[in-house]
Design a protein around this ligand. Sequence first.
Ligand code: ADP
Ligand code: MG
Length: 282
Amino acid sequence: SIPLGYFAGIGALSKNGVLVKGGNYIEALKNLTKVVFDKTGTLTHGVFEVSKVVAFNVKEKNIIKFAAYAEEYSNHPIAKSIKTYYKNKININLISSHEEIPGHGVKANIDGFEIFVGNEKLMKKFNIKYDKISEFGTVIHVAINNKYSGYIVIADKIKNESKETIAKLKKLSIKTIMLTGDNEKVAKYVANELGIDYYYSELLPNDKVIKLENELNFTNTVAFVGDGINDAPVLTRADVGISMGGLGSDAAIEASDVVIMDDKIDKIITSIKISKRTSKII
Ligand code: ADP
Ligand code: MG
């Protein structure tokens, strides 16, 4: 049976916009020793601004247009940002096929052209010769008919609450770790800026599961916090899977144990505090 105090805890958390799917997670939140964060959409807003477009043998305008069309059916924060930047209406009749490759990007057929939009891993996977681009930001490569055609540099911003949240976790003697599919430069910058204990970059969704599993053992209680895009497997694997209710997909909300409805990551601190109080009552 569930001790009555847990109901009070679940109630107090829900008043704070945090849904907890059971008393055992209140116990786990109280005992947390490590918090593993996803970067994009969790520590950062996941709203990217285009800072540069470079085109080879095609018009810059067309790089953006093809990219926006190829990303039409993707919910990834990068896809949303490119579509926002394109601004114009998308004629979906011109999209004859589309495929999302998690941790890589997208592949689509647009008006008879084979389009690839994504990172270096995507270019390698489809044997497209690309340039190694040294820019500060997330570099999204674009290939048209298997020919490297240009790239888009996009940049995200760190959420205001992130730094304080990491500092408070540190005060509670909780280790912080960041996992990201983004490049090393961006990962290093964000981790240093926030005072994250350690981080791993350029990970595929399955690499994230492995990195998380490496943190799990009998003496640690580990939470994973993610925005949910591609994160369902990691959310399930953690002792406590925490997702963002606003940004997250239905699949992510289902895979998680705790849902922060307003996406404010400082609610983690509130949740830990309420859990500690609840446990005292019990
Ligand atoms: P993270 O949330 O850690 O950034 P993801 O696995 O969602 O990790 O994405 C990792 C990387 O894969 C992105 O930084 C980007 O380079 C590439 N990528 C993923 N999805 C897309 C997409 N829809 N369009 C372009 N690039 C993408
Ligand atoms: Mg993500």
